[in-house]
Design a protein around this ligand. Structure first.
Ligand code: DX5
Ligand code: ZN
Length: 222
């Protein structure tokens, strides 16, 4: 797999969600859907009914990022709805290994996410059961924040864990990714990039997706 771009629709016109996804559908690898419950994070977005409805109208694979408490209760439903990837937060799960197994059993790839303050060791038990490690590069909850360069060592640690595994584990970064910061994240070992405001505030979102992928590929070249 090369470098993958997953545009986040967090700050688009949500009344026209399917049309907004259409703007990046031809070039994006995924569409990143930020589910927030106003408990795990101090913001509220949308949940399973909206994701189910959207998936009936778009072909782009869905990369669901669950910023919710009790992911064990909800995460498998997103996989059953047809999401290609379901990521939950290790801080929120009582039994991360069980949640990961349930997502897989329901047919999706599994991602494990960490907030900036959570050390990489928090995922050591669950990492054998996941397909992707998400290193948050902002405090989760809102789009449009600045990339935290202090997370680059954690991205490098995640890359080492991924490389040490027999499985093909991807390393995703989310928060403040755009021209410039994507190069730093790619050089540190990320290979899946969430970008919200950089893509959807661009004059031509599809062109920005292509530009970001090219920058990531250049930065990762040895
Ligand atoms: C933040 C979300 C991100 C957000 C990224 O909690 O998880 O996916 O939409 O937005 P930007 O790219 O604007 O930082
Ligand atoms: Zn996200």
């Amino acid at each position: 797999m090369g470098m993958q771009i997953s545009p986040s629709i967090l700050n688009v016109d949500l009344s026209r969600l399917a049309d907004e996804v259409e703007r990046i559908a031809a070039v994006a690898d995924w569409v990143h859907l930020d589910v927030m419950d106003n408990h795990f994070v101090p913001n509220l977005t949308f949940g399973l009914p909206v994701v189910e409805s959207l998936l009936r109208h778009v072909d782009t694979p869905a990369d669901c990022h669950l910023m919710i408490d009790d992911p064990g209760r909800w995460a498998p439903g997103y996989a059953e709805a047809g999401a290609g990837s379901v990521t939950f937060h290790v801080e929120a799960a009582r039994s991360p290994v069980q949640v990961a197994k349930d997502i897989r059993a329901a047919g999706a790839r599994v991602g494990i996410a960490m907030k900036p303050g959570t050390p990489i060791d928090a995922i050591s038990d669950v990492v054998r059961h996941v397909d992707m490690i998400l290193v948050m590069t902002v405090e989760p909850g809102f789009g449009g924040q600045s990339f935290m360069e202090t997370m680059l060592p954690k991205v490098r640690q995640a890359r080492r864990i991924a490389d040490a595994s027999d499985a093909d584990i991807w390393v995703q970064v989310d928060g403040g990714i755009g021209p410039g910061t994507i190069e730093q994240a790619a050089a540190a070992g990320a290979d899946v990039f969430v970008a919200g405001s950089a893509v959807f505030r661009a004059a031509d979102p599809a062109l920005m997706v292509e530009q970001l992928r090219a920058e990531a590929e250049n930065a990762a070249r040895p």
